[in-house]
Write a protein that binds this ligand. Sequence first.
Ligand SMILES: [Zn+2]
Length: 159
Amino acid sequence: MDKFMKVARSEAKTGLDEGNVPVGSVVVKAGEIIGSGRNLQHQTGDPTSHAELEAIRDASRRAPGQDPGELFKDATCFTTMMPCPMCAGAIIRFGFSKVVVAETESYVDAGTKPFMERQGLTVEVRREQSCIDLVESYYESDPEMGRIMRSRTRGQLKL
Ligand SMILES: [Zn+2]
């Protein structure tokens, strides 16, 4: 696992310890992490508190006043789970060029991989067993969430 995905996984593990579905993300630009985040829904009650959006928010807070189109231009989002339609939309909207996904076994991707690829992004999918194990440990405590996350009927993009 590369150093960027290690940080994303560490964020996901913190999220798990906080009672969330474990998802972590980092924003990388020019070889540096400029933002990181994790799923915070359990503590915020905000359904938009997904890891990718939290990483985007963190990067934006670290660069006050910077135009988001410039900030995220040619950036890469390393994330432990395939982005959902909401996060994929933000990733496209702010001009990322690449998404690196740790694994695709624990979440059915709702069609976002081809969606992002059609917008010109490169989507690299890996198979990081330790990230799969993290999500599986969450699903053991919440099997219904596991069923929902693997369902092809939820949040599917009609493409
Ligand atoms: Zn999302």
